[in-house]
Design a protein around this ligand. Structure first.
Ligand code: SAH
Ligand code: SF4
Length: 409
């Protein structure tokens, strides 16, 4: 049977072109997987596997090199063989924006990996007094449809791999000059302080607990003491409430947990965070109470987006306090970040302060998250891929809508 294609369209031509063969990445493999992969490729003998894996680990995660040619204690022949088989490259940076307040946002492009076309995701760096937080994406788009979230209007394109999750951190470190050991001779003592990225939060695009295995692999590597060395207490995973994976998050990854709560009654939460229909508040709270390692020193953060006349009454504040009773908790009040086409508005500043006062009076710290990087649209719920990027006119209209003068409570 003969097949014919209309190759007058560029799209068809591109689809027919054989994809450039990607070399498999070494970033994102555990030490054991790294050793096994080297042996399986036939370029490293079994007896050297552990040693070679440690060498590579050091170059990748302590020194931050992205080219085998820089791995000086590995012979030239082996470096060549590694480069012929594998990749340790950084992703393409499509765009880097720096806000007037120092916030940075990167748009990264990754290969299709089954999704049909290359995908683009955003990563945001937020510097603050004494710390710097990197907000990392776990999926391209999201299957969930929280009604106030811009990412929720975009369909899921695909899960990110452990490598793609990690290279967001590693490329941000490159760009911020935050691999201080890069040019230091092996064995030299380098001060650990003064790192630019001190914290990471899985609060970019996507629901991390719907990509559990890859997120787990990436976070275990990010927190490895002989590598990227981020303390697990400085890594926060935010979930909309995927109850069956919450216990595993504490048990198998051991990072700090944040819950996107946003409503204290099931009827309202069903609308704002529709996964609530599957896992209602009662189940969510039970999972929080059972979170491994929970203590006053390791509290769960409850995120609460302030939506005008929707969830911002004093009755809501009181119910919030009642709901969290007995759970070591921090409450993070997030001023809603509007986006074009949304029907929600951010609560008035006085309303947010009154809400915060009510929560504080009950003994909870409830910082109001200061809007950052607004001139580059770097805030929560505004991370979308380039394909869905706002037109300049929409962006200007949005900036005009934004409320000025928000400060830390
Ligand atoms: N999917 C995960 C993590 C990504 S969203 C989750 O939902 O927890 C990170 C945080 O930003 C969540 O608390 C989310 O509810 C919040 N968020 C989403 N859209 C927002 C918006 N427009 N304004 C303020 N916060 C928003
Ligand atoms: Fe997905 Fe989180 Fe946005 Fe909900 S708030 S749509 S879970 S990214």
């Amino acid at each position: 049977m003969a097949l014919s294609f209309d190759i007058t369209s560029a799209e068809t031509r591109n689809a027919l072109r054989p994809a450039a063969k990607e070399k498999p990445p070494l970033i994102g493999l555990s030490r054991q997987e790294l050793a096994d992969t080297l042996v399986a490729s036939g370029i490293v003998p079994e007896r050297q596997a552990k040693m070679r894996a440690s060498q590579l680990w050091h170059w990748l995660y302590v020194r931050g090199v992205s080219d085998f040619a820089e791995m000086f204690n590995i012979s030239k022949d082996l470096r060549g063989a590694l480069a012929a088989h594998f990749s340790v490259a950084r992703p393409e940076i499509v765009e880097e924006q720096i806000s007037s307040d120092g916030t940075r946002k990167w748009l990264f492009r990754f290969p299709p990996r089954g999704a049909g076309r290359p995908v683009e995701i955003e990563t945001v760096y937020i510097p603050e007094e004494g710390r710097g937080t990197l907000c990392i994406s776990s999926q391209v788009g999201c299957t969930l449809t929280c009604s106030f979230c811009h990412t929720g209007t975009q369909k899921l394109v695909r899960n990110l791999t452990a490598e793609e999750i990690l290279v967001q951190l590693m490329t941000a470190r490159d760009r911020l000059g935050d691999f201080p050991d890069r040019d230091t001779p092996a064995g030299a003592i380098v001060p650990a302080e003064g790192r630019r990225i001190t914290n990471i939060v899985m609060m970019g695009m996507g629901e991390p607990l719907y990509n559990f295995e890859e997120v787990k692999k990436a976070l275990l590597i990010a927190s490895d003491g002989d590598g990227l060395s981020l303390s697990k207490r400085r890594i926060t995973l935010s979930t909309s409430g995927v109850v069956p994976e919450i216990f595993r998050t504490g048990e198998e990854i051991g990072v700090m947990l944040a819950i996107s709560l946003h409503a204290v009654r099931d009827d309202l939460r069903d609308m704002l965070v529709p996964i609530n229909k599957k896992y209602p508040l009662k189940d969510l709270m039970a999972a929080c109470r059972a979170y491994p390692g929970l203590s006053n020193a390791r509290r769960i953060t409850f995120e609460y987006v302030m939506l005008k006349d929707v969830n911002d009454s004093l009755a809501d504040a009181k119910e919030l306090v009642r709901l969290l009773k007995g759970i070591p908790a921090k409450i993070n009040l997030i001023p809603f970040n509007p986006w074009p086409g949304t029907n929600y508005q951010c609560s008035d500043w006085e309303t947010i302060e009154k809400f915060a006062d009510a929560v504080n009076a009950a003994g909870y710290a409830s910082p109001i998250r200061t809007p950052r990087g607004r001139d580059i649209l770097a805030a929560c719920g505004q991370l979308k891929s380039e394909s869905e990027r706002m037109r300049k006119s929409d962006r200007l209209a949005l900036e005009a809508m934004m409320i000025a003068g928000h400060g830390e409570a």
